[in-house]
Design a protein around this ligand. Structure first.
Ligand SMILES: *[C@@H]1O[C@H](CO)[C@@H](O)[C@H](O)[C@H]1NC(C)=O
Ligand SMILES: *[C@@H]1O[C@H](CO)[C@@H](O)[C@H](O)[C@H]1NC(C)=O
Ligand SMILES: *[C@@H]1O[C@H](CO)[C@@H](O)[C@H](O)[C@H]1NC(C)=O
Length: 172
């Protein structure tokens, strides 16, 4: 029940995503991961997409954890609403075990090769994920504070934080 409430709140949050403004991918360990590319591209007014590729330099990897959190900007970004950590290897085996992570995963999985369980033996790719696809996952709009938000994700491999992927968005 608790997680259902949590999921509904998260949906409310994601409903209102109108505009992705930036994406930043950072490798904190150049011997482990290399950010090949990571960007948002506007093709025209209706078609904007997100692509990224993080090369993993010590494959295969078999212990992956992800911490994801949402932040809202006031004077600088402050933690807001969500903060959770999942064991990615367990999660991919049974995505429904974590409804919130499952919701986020479904937003990009069809455009990604991160679709099988550990050991993960590829570079991590998200290829031309249409922003409209992300926004269209939901149809109705509910009132939530407008503003600038950050969705941060920290990727731990073997319990060491090695990669950070931050997505910035504006909610109107
Ligand atoms: C935007 O670009 C996409 C892909 O090239 C194209 O299919 C679509 O028709 C374009 N839309 C407009 C409004 O030009
Ligand atoms: C999320 O929770 C973790 C563990 O409690 C904490 O270390 C981290 O700072 C939190 N992140 C945010 C954005 O609040
Ligand atoms: C995983 O993603 C790759 C690359 O996009 C694709 O070729 C493959 O069919 C996908 N596998 C599954 C089980 O969806």
């Amino acid at each position: 029940m608790g997680s259902l409430v949590y999921l509904i709140q998260l949906l409310f949050f994601l409903f209102l995503v109108e505009k992705f403004t930036n994406i930043k991918c950072t490798s904190l360990d150049p011997e482990f991961a290399h950010v090949d590319h990571c960007y948002l591209k506007s093709v025209n007014r209706t078609y904007k997409y997100l692509s990224l590729r993080v090369n993993l330099l010590q494959k295969p990897v078999s212990r992956i954890k992800v911490n994801a959190a949402t932040w809202k900007r006031y004077n600088g970004y402050k933690p807001s609403l969500y903060n959770f950590t999942v064991d990615a290897c367990k999660f991919i085996k049974n995505p429904k075990s974590n409804p919130v992570a499952h919701y986020i995963y479904r937003l990009f999985k069809d455009y990604s090769n991160v679709n099988y369980t550990c050991p993960f033996n590829d570079d991590a790719i998200v290829e031309k994920l249409p922003i409209s696809f992300v926004n269209n996952q939901v149809t109705s709009v509910l009132p939530v504070p407008s503003g600038d938000y950050l969705f941060s994700s920290h990727w731990y491999f073997y319990d060491i934080k090695r990669v950070t992927i931050n997505v910035y968005m504006t909610i109107f």
